[in-house]
Design a protein around this ligand. Structure first.
Ligand code: ABU
Length: 364
């Protein structure tokens, strides 16, 4: 067995698929409050999600894992810890944890290395433990595998802007603040979620937003000196967390861009110079996310590439599927919508272990 992955599109051979066991609606805390829209049904509610929704999400995740295995891909699953239990560090307490449906948020695979991200929600501080049995196994099996834990943050109140978005202040104010890069997280310490990074061979694009700050991007830049690390800010998103519903590379030369979160000019110019086509993603098929979901409807574009020609798309996201079909991809429909509330879509619920490829320079 081998750990290695440099891009979002090289042929996928080995992957982790999350589980919904003991999934939680997180208790209020600064970063979570900022991410949950004012009108969301999650406001004022927290604790273990209904068991029937957990069972349904797990059935979908199991089916997805089986589909990948039928295509010859090795699939590993995390070992859930007791996410019902509140947690405590010397600096904070959280009344619930989160779950382990979304390994993409926690684990960043770059070449032969998997980095456990710092995370920025208190409720996700110990989530890496669900993946430690796998990472230990990879360490034993692959002598070239580098297992790295980014500096664990303290997440004291100093890491969060006081009172940020606690009240119903409206989407326009959120947009004004995020346009000025006024986010809930401060620059007190290094913070990043792994899902704020997309990998394009020698280039890493990292979103600056609620879950990744400038220090987090600086840490990634210093940690990967042989990569070009591009910071990206998408002012059209009132809840900017995780890049994989905003900018989604499909294959060398082609990238999907969320039309409501326009690409910054420095990236548009980088792609233009290198003859990449930037295509606006099709509109989501749904006007609202499913109940108790903290992600946006743009999970429609949260696709998983099996290789540079084959893409898994959520089954009900018909507009996105049609667009990818027209672009010449083999589209593999996968039912996952009822699992969205547990942490996201098809890209979110996976993390790469091995893709057959190397650190090609696609944007020289
Ligand atoms: N974890 C992906 C969620 C991104 C979004 O809500 O747009």
């Amino acid at each position: 067995m081998r750990v290695e992955s440099w891009t979002e599109w090289d042929p996928l051979r080995h992957v982790i698929v999350g589980r919904a066991d003991l999934g939680q609606v997180p208790a209020p805390e600064p970063a979570v409050n900022a991410k949950v829209p004012e009108h969301s049904d999650m406001r004022g509610r927290w604790g273990r999600r209904p068991q029937d929704s957990i069972d349904r999400a797990n059935a979908l995740l199991d089916d997805f894992a089986a589909l990948l295995r039928r295509r010859g891909i090795v699939v590993d699953r995390p070992e859930p810890i007791d996410f019902d239990a509140g947690i405590q560090t010397p600096d904070f307490q959280a009344r619930t944890q989160f779950g382990c449906m979304a390994p993409r948020d926690v684990l960043l695979t770059v070449g032969p290395e998997i980095v456990e991200a710092t995370m920025s929600f208190r409720c996700r501080w110990f989530e890496y433990l669900a993946y430690r049995p796998l990472l230990t196994r990879y360490f034993e099996a692959d002598p070239a595998f580098r297992h790295t834990a980014a500096p664990k943050p303290r997440l004291t109140d100093r890491s969060f802007r006081p009172g940020y978005l606690d009240d119903a202040i409206g989407v326009q104010t959120r947009l004004d603040w995020t346009a000025r890069k006024v986010f809930v997280t401060t620059e007190e310490e290094i913070l990043f979620d792994a899902a704020d990074v997309i990998r394009l061979g020698r280039d890493l694009i990292v979103q600056h937003g609620f879950t990744t700050n400038r220090k987090g991007i600086a840490w990634l830049r210093r940690h990967f000196p042989d990569h070009r690390v591009h910071a990206a800010h998408f002012p059209g998103d009132p809840y900017p967390a995780h890049i994989d519903c905003t900018l989604v590379p499909l294959c060398p030369g082609l990238i999907l861009s969320n039309p409501t979160r326009p690409l910054p000019e420095h990236l548009r110019s980088l792609f233009r110079t290198n003859d990449w086509q930037v295509v606006e993603a099709a509109p989501p098929a749904h006007a609202e996310p499913p109940p108790l979901c903290y992600s946006s409807v743009w999970l429609s574009m949260n696709v998983l590439m099996l290789d540079a020609r084959t893409v898994c798309v959520e089954k009900t996201e018909v507009h996105q599927a049609e667009q990818l079909d027209r672009l010449g991809f083999e589209v593999v429909p996968v039912a996952l919508r009822d699992a969205y509330p547990f942490g996201g879509g098809l890209h979110c619920c996976t993390a790469d272990v091995y893709r057959a490829g190397d650190r090609t320079d696609y944007l020289p």
